[in-house]
Design a binder for this molecule. Sequence first.
Ligand code: TXA
Ligand code: MG
Length: 316
Amino acid sequence: MKTIVTGSAVEAASFLRVGQLVAFPTETVYGLGANAFDSESVAKIFVAKERPPDNPLIVHVGSREDVGRVAREVSPVAERLIEAFFPGPLTVVLPRGERIPDIVTAGLDTVGVRMPRHTLALELLAAAGVPLCAPSANRSGRPSPTTWEAVLEDLDGRIACVLQGEATEIGIESTVVDATGDEIVVLRAGGLGIEELSRIGPVRFAGDEGELGGVPMSPGTKYRHYAPMARVVAIDDAREAKAGAGAAFIGLGMPPDPGSFALYRVVPDSDAYARELFTFFRVCDGMGVTTIWAELPKPAGIGVALRDRILRASRG
Ligand code: TXA
Ligand code: MG
């Protein structure tokens, strides 16, 4: 299959209408979209990404009103989350609506719903006229793509079209919360900070592996994710990094002997860190780096999600 790269949301939507896959930019990372109401189209996502079938997909909607097309019920707390944070880097898990096929939710009775805050993504959703289920547009196990070039690196020849935008604004995935009950339960830390969520109501973490009473609440969190080919070593302080020919460093402080790293990047703050982390991983892979020293930021704001991604990558 030849993969078309286009800047036109209308052209990209024409592929969705005939059951093909389209990668598109959002404010978090690039997603790989298919018509969420059509199980045959959705099945192609699992093939293209080599994604395990028990990992459910997030359904993207083009307006707050469209949440009602994909969810059966919206709890009062979910209502407040949607009001406050849609569009934005938040996915809300709700009771699944009737039109959502099993393949989207991996058979779960819930569905993750998100309204992206990105002009091209919203244009695509409007032109498609249906909700789009979309995981990150990487091959399973690879870092999520933050540029259209990274999408092609993983999926060229496997998907019909890439809607071409800028590098993504946030750089890591959305925060996923379960809002089926009275509380806000965080299943995956992400682009929306816990501080923001706490303004709406009490927030609880589902636990390290996203397990509540032994049940993986966010099945995707059990897989190795976000990982480059190099070994990632998470460190609390830049001074712990060790330079060498096959070594790279990324973090907020200056590592010792920076000139002796194959590559090093000192970022000014956590927001820049989030924007650059996955691209840095991919560049390291391209250069044949064998060890990446990654300094953990403070667990505040987007730092919580960054720590999660770095620690997951380090467990590879
Ligand atoms: O920012 C993002 O969320 C990006 C963009 C494209 O929107 N998408 C993304 O999708 O990161 P993906 O498939 O790579 O990650 C989705 C996560 C997985 O951990 C999955 O298990 C969880 O959300 N998830 C989806 N539906 C769920 C559900 N019904 N219950 C619990 N977890 C769910
Ligand atoms: Mg993903």
